[in-house]
Design a protein around this ligand. Structure first.
Ligand code: PEP
Ligand code: MN
Length: 338
């Protein structure tokens, strides 16, 4: 449930309600609006009688949140959340482009790509050091050596780093290097990993599993939020359907649907969403037109030689074209490319 405090409630009134919630064995989450404070109450609501809290001084209203996700819902927070990733603001009016190779392969490959995506207008550099591959015989990533190369690329270009963490024991190590920690589609419901990530003070990019419903997607975000990490960016990356002409079906419906139900920003990954380099530009334009807060795109200096996902990687020149086109669409829908 959420507790709406009166507009003139003072800090001590808010703290009084907060301590009452804790006495009841529940967890309070504060959301400080421009006008008033809202307190989300998380836990077993059977422990609480609605009236116990609504009678406290300066409580204006107590409203049950009927959705299964609470802190992720717009009922809890009406205004769009803006997530700060190494100084880059994701959400609100901004459209942010993140780009880089699927996998970090070599220093040369990463530095060439980092320089190119920066020159084209990307603000964050993506690159996998731990790769969730379908085949155990495929390239699994460089591990910590890959993370070190990403840190080097950040030093050289100033771009913040987005990289995947696959297992909970790796969370601290990856958090030492990354500015935005990616939870891959296969791990969206790895609750142990989500709980570990909820305890760190770095933002999380939560990718939708290819068979997850909207409800399941937001429930995974709820794991992060309820554990104490409210820096969450959602990512649509395509779902499994019967079609065989693309790797996945990019479900752009989910972008405006998430916007109705949640305050969290959502970006789109047209690379995994299509699996085809020739479809990435039109789907990127479509993603921004329907309200996405950004894109994450795979770029490789020589896609034919990529260790992973070459078919869906853009050359730097095509990526530059993508940024120009996306900028025009962003402006047309009242957003701006930051
Ligand atoms: C990736 O970003 O390279 C990746 C493996 O993504 P996903 O988890 O969406 O498949
Ligand atoms: Mn990939």
């Amino acid at each position: 449930m959420i507790i709406v405090m009166e507009a003139h409630a003072r800090e001590e009134d808010i703290q009084h309600v907060v301590s009452r919630i804790k006495e009841l064995g529940l967890t309070p989450h504060l959301s400080q609006g421009v006008e008033r404070t809202i307190i989300g109450v998380i836990g077993d609501e059977r422990l609480i009688q609605k009236d116990q809290l609504s009678l406290l001084p300066h409580v204006e209203n107590v409203i049950p949140i009927l959705k299964p996700y609470k802190l992720a819902s717009r009922d809890f927070k009406q205004t769009d959340s803006i997530i700060d990733v190494a100084g880059v603001k994701v959400g609100g009016k901004n459209v942010v482009v993140m780009a880089g190779p699927c996998s970090v392969e070599t220093e040369e490959q990463l530095m060439i790509t980092a320089d190119a995506v920066k020159a084209a207008g990307a603000l964050l550099l993506r690159g996998g050091a731990y790769k969730p591959r379908t085949s155990p015989y495929a390239f699994q990533g460089l591990g910590e050596d890959g993370l070190k190369l990403l840190a080097k690329a950040r030093e050289k270009t100033g771009l913040g780093i987005v990289t995947e963490v696959m297992e909970s024991p790796d969370v601290d190590l990856v958090a030492d290097y990354a500015d935005l920690l990616q939870v891959g589609a296969r791990n969206m419901q790895n609750t142990k990993l989500l709980r570990a990530l909820s305890k760190i003070r770095k933002p999380i990019l939560l990718k939708r599993n290819f068979s997850a419903t909207l409800n399941e997607f937001l429930m995974s975000a709820e794991y992060l939020l309820s554990g104490g990490n409210d820096q969450v960016i959602l990512c649509e990356r395509g779902i499994r359907t019967f079609v065989e002409y693309t790797r996945n079906t990019l479900d752009l419906n989910i972008v405006p649907a998430v916007k109705q139900l949640s305050h969290l920003p959502i970006i789109v990954d047209p690379s995994h969403g299509t699996g085809r380099h020739d479809l990435i530009l039109p789907m990127s334009r479509a993603a921004i037109a329907c309200g996405a807060d950004g894109l994450i795109v795979e770029v490789h200096p020589n896609p034919a030689k990529a260790f992973s996902d070459g078919d869906q990687s853009l050359t730097p020149a095509v990526f530059q074209q993508l940024v120009m086109e996306v900028k025009a669409v962003a402006n047309a829908v009242g957003r701006s490319l930051s």
